[in-house]
Design a protein around this ligand. Structure first.
Ligand code: SF4
Length: 493
């Protein structure tokens, strides 16, 4: 090695409802590879640990001045790429002769267009584990790394504010061998499922959490398809339990067709409380078009199995997928309503990722143009979302109202944070009866008492103390609310 390089790895981050949860693992995996190659790496993850929003641009420019890196590595999604602070950082890097490497979803989706940008030195697609030198030495601008033969442990200690980490993201496998039409994950991690060896290296990574991240309370298994080999998942969980780790486990997502009683029991023993299952749409035609490779009946059986095991199924639903419209959405909604409590139902509006079949579908229908960048993913206090884009069969407004109707019928408490907007929409669109039912049945009290303070602490929700006190007084203490939706009652604490 000729020279020890200084590498600054940056996640710009957005001020949305997911900030502050998990650090971006890809940056810390690249940091490992850079450090192993004899260089110096610092990770600034502004999604995990964001500066004040009005100082975000200044923060990255200050970091460039402070660290004087030879290389600025950026991991960005498409929306982040359009943000002024990212463009300002790119311009500043060019002025200072700093190499810029871009990775993450934006690099995967837009390498053909980004290659023209002379501020970028390298566009990196694929897994970075052990690949720092390969990227450094590559002569081409677009580098297709493909799948890595190894799983590097992430060096989260290289991350600014790493001592604040409370949830540790862990890969036990990568990839998924399905190819759902809407899925961005397989574009990033590929279509081959790969197990991580349950080796001393993996257990040592977990052992080191107590040393490096003393505030950590949870391990989050972030695999795309953790249970795709059930024996592997079970062996991991059994050994995890045998070793008696103190961390509660959470699992990002499982496929309904890769579950059985034994694995659910093991998950419960590790502290898993809710288990997310991707359904997306339960309308038979929309579901067929997703090409998920499983049946709705299998999902139904799995949800009941999860409930029987004493876990709460978290049903991920999406509005506005190919083939969806208001009638199909209502069929989907009726299907999920067949499940009694306990269950959590999450309704998101479809955000197309370039390179997927679902994205191509909407380009072909003329509903979006190639290059469409999904707008900012909303904040809780803005729900329902704005509908993403107008489709011939499902307008933005229809999608937004469909989301609101779904929240109300499924008794989702989160819309209490945008209560003024919700009341106005319900009044205007004939949903006031639904609102009143929701008001009676949704677990608003528990949500305000237990969930909101945590979200405020993480900055995912910017409710003021005064508004929070008003909501508590209005919805928890005296159980009253105004019947006129255009008048927002404020109650002094
Ligand atoms: S099962 Fe999940 S990870 Fe696999 S392709 Fe489908 S959505 Fe993507």
């Amino acid at each position: 090695m000729d020279k020890k390089l200084k590498i600054l790895l940056w996640k710009p981050g957005v001020y949305d409802m997911t900030r502050g949860e998990l650090p971006t693992i890809g940056l810390s995996i690249l940091a490992t590879s850079a450090i192993n190659a004899g260089h110096e790496a610092v990770v600034a993850d502004h999604h995990f640990s964001p500066p004040p929003e009005d100082k975000a641009e200044e923060a990255i420019l200050d970091l460039l001045d402070e660290h004087k890196p030879d290389i600025l590595g950026i991991s960005a999604v498409s929306y982040e790429w359009t943000m002024p602070r990212v463009q300002a950082a790119l311009n500043a890097a060019k002025e200072r002769n700093i190499q810029v490497w871009l990775g993450g979803p934006q690099a995967v989706a837009y390498s053909d267009k980004l290659v023209e940008d002379d501020r970028l030195t390298k566009i990196v697609i694929g897994e970075a584990d052990g690949r720092f030198n390969k990227i450094l030495e590559a002569e081409e601008k677009i580098i297709h790394l493909g799948r890595s033969p190894s799983f590097d442990r992430p060096t989260f200690t290289a991350m600014i504010d790493h001592e604040e980490l409370t949830t540790y993201p862990l890969f036990v496998s990568r990839g998924c061998h399905y190819n759902c039409t809407f899925c961005a994950a397989t574009k990033v991690f590929g279509n081959r499922w790969r197990a991580r060896e349950l080796s001393p290296e993996l257990w040592d990574e977990i052992d080191q959490i107590a040393v490096n991240h003393p505030k950590c309370k949870t391990i989050s298994i972030i695999d795309d398809a953790f249970t795709q080999d059930m024996d592997h998942a079970k062996n991991f969980l059994k050994e995890y339990l045998r070793r008696g780790y103190p961390y509660q486990v959470s699992v990002f997502n499982v496929r309904a067709d890769y579950l059985d009683e034994e694995i659910l029991l093991l998950l419960k023993k590790t502290g898993v409380e809710t288990l997310a299952v991707g359904i997306e749409s339960a309308d038979p035609e929309v579901f067929r078009m997703l090409r998920k490779g499983e049946k709705l009946e299998t999902i139904e059986t799995a949800i009941r199995l999860i409930q029987k095991a004493g876990l709460v199924p978290w049903l991920n639903m999406v509005i506005g997928l190919p083939g969806d419209n208001i009638e199909a959405h209502r069929r989907s909604l009726d299907w999920v309503l067949q499940f009694d409590q306990p269950r959590v139902i999450q309704w998101n509006i479809f955000s197309p990722f370039r390179g997927t079949m679902a994205y191509d579908y909407f380009v072909k229908t003329g509903d979006i143009e190639d290059g469409f960048t999904p707008p900012f993913w909303g904040r809780y206090e803005q729900l329902p979302d704005d509908g993403m884009f107008d489709a011939a069969d499902f307008s933005r407004e229809e999608k937004s109202l469909a989301q609101l109707e779904a929240f109300l019928k499924c008794n989702v408490p989160i819309i209490i944070l945008s209560d003024k907007k919700v009341r106005a929409l319900c009044k205007e669109h004939g949903m006031w009866d639904l609102y009143e039912e929701w008001r009676k049945n949704a677990p608003i009290k528990e949500f305000l008492e237990n969930t909101v303070p945590n979200k405020v602490e993480k900055g995912q929700e910017s409710i003021s103390q005064e508004d929070y006190n008003s909501l508590m007084a209005e919805f928890v203490n005296d159980n009253q609310y105004p019947t006129d939706p255009f008048v927002y009652k404020t109650v002094s604490p």
